[in-house]
Structures are given as structure tokens and as C-alpha cells.
Design a protein around this ligand. Sequence first.
Ligand SMILES: *Cc1c(COP(=O)(O)O)cnc(C)c1O
Length: 309
Amino acid sequence: MIRSHVVRTLLVQSPSLSKESGQPVYLKLETRQPIGAFKLRGAMNALLALDQASRQRGLVTASTGNHGRAVAYAAKELGVPATICMSALVPANKVEAIKALGAEVCIIGTSQDDAQDEVERLVATRGLVPIPPFDAVDVVAGQGTIGLELVEDLPDLDTVLVPLSGGGLAGGVAVAVKARKPRARIVGISMERGAAMHASLAAGQPIFVREEETLADSLGGGIGLANSVTFALCRDLLDEIVLLTEDEIATGVRHAERAENEVVEGAGAVGIAAILSEKVSLKGATAIIVSGRNIDPARHKAIMEGASA
Ligand SMILES: *Cc1c(COP(=O)(O)O)cnc(C)c1O
């Protein structure tokens, strides 16, 4: 059980967004997890599902940051070694945070796919155990615990706005919420620049999408051409996908700080941004998953001063 290792996060009403949309809007503050993002739920669930012998061989993953940080944190909690492979696009603050958790870091290539190739090499040559960032049942189930908490805390939940990248978060939340509230609406939100799940769903199969720099850096990267779990979950369970411009995401980050007093990274602010952009219409009690806060402080300051990305 992950219960003793993760925070059951707060769900707080947002007066400003409720006023803006005319519906009651709540923020699910995953920013309050010990690593500053929800990814600890999936990583911890995946580690706990392994037997002790597998764990001791050492864990390995590729990550745009928060998943790597989650695996490093979970490995430290359980006393097992972890290696984190990531591309040179990952912000320095995220790299430092992972090193500070005692994990071995390897920087390789300029895309998430390059980092993933290195994971596969280390699995083959050193026998390390891979913990995928999204495309694994235990990871999706861990992220889905957010959905269980949402339905408990907000029994009349109508719509959930979920940041969408590989789809572990959206898929897990959709399964959990729809099991209890089949008519609830799950809206996935990505950036226009490199929305891999959106492009794959439109193509009817996982496709390669070029990774681009975006303020929502935690939403970057492909869904894997051999995707086996999250593509089907998102295809079958997401009701809608909204894509945002960089300016819209920046507006979301600014609003989070000014109106909600929350430091939120680009990926974590897309639900707020979707409401402010009026690209999503709400019909009742709405929960926004505010997925993470790990933004480089200098970048956050620049955005607060008006920079768009
Ligand atoms: C990973 C991540 C996401 C997206 O999660 P997926 O399961 O890949 O869709 C959203 N927000 C933050 C802060 C993340 O770290």
C-alpha cells in the first residue's frame, strides 16, 4: 500500500476560478507531495509491487524530471539503489534534486527517446529493473489513487481537468473516477507544442511526435511506439483533449501564484490555464489536478514578470 508513503493531498475550492467559470472549481494540490509532484504515487506503487530480490538489483528509469525524482525518493525510502537516465533538455533544478536524493544520474542525448534507449541498455547489460514513467499497470494504478480521493472528497464531481503527457495520470484517474461515477467527464490537457498522445489518438495508433521545448516541460516526450497500456486507456476513457499555447500556460502559472498563492510548474498549471483560456466548458463541480510545482525559480520569476515562456 502506498498510503503510508504518499500524502493524501488537499482539495481546496478556488474562489477565483469558480467565479471565472460560474461553476464550483476545486484544486487537487499534488504540489504538496514530498517531491512536489504526483509521480510519487505511481513510482511507489510500482516499487512496492516488486519482490525484494528484484528491488535489490537496482532500479532504472528515463525521466523528464518528476518521475526520476519520484523513483529516487521511493528507492531511498525503501533502501534500494536507483539510476536515472535523462536528456539534456531537462532543467538543471530537476537534475540537482535527483542527485540530492542519492540516485546515480546519467545525462544522455537530447530527447526522452535517447534516454529510454539508455535504460534498455542498462537493463540488458547490468540487470537493472526498469520503472516506466507511465506505461505500466502498477504506475497507472498508483496515479489513479488521486481519482479515488477526488470522488471521496467531492461526491458530486462532474468534470476532472487532468494534465496529459504519456497518459499514466489521466488514464489512472479516468479508471478510478469512472468506476464510481460513470458519467463524470475526464478532460486531458496538453500543450500545442509536441502533444504526443493527442497526435497518436488522432492517428489511431501511437506515433512519433518531435519533442519541442515548452513551458510545460513535464508534459514533453513521446508515448512510446510500443505503448501497451495508456494509449488504449486514453482512447477509451478520455472525453476530450484541450491543447494550449505557451502564452496560455504562462497565464495559468501567473494565476496560480497571484490568485491561489501556489508556485506551480507549467505542466501543473494547464488545468487552470484551460479554464482561463475558455477552451473548456464546465457543467458542474470541477476538479483540477495541479500536478506539480517543480519549476526553475528563475524561470518562475521571469514568468511572473510577464515572460511568456
Ligand atoms: C508527468 C507529469 C504529468 C503528466 O503525466 P503522464 O502520466 O505522463 O500523462 C503532468 N504533470 C506533471 C507535473 C508531471 O510531472
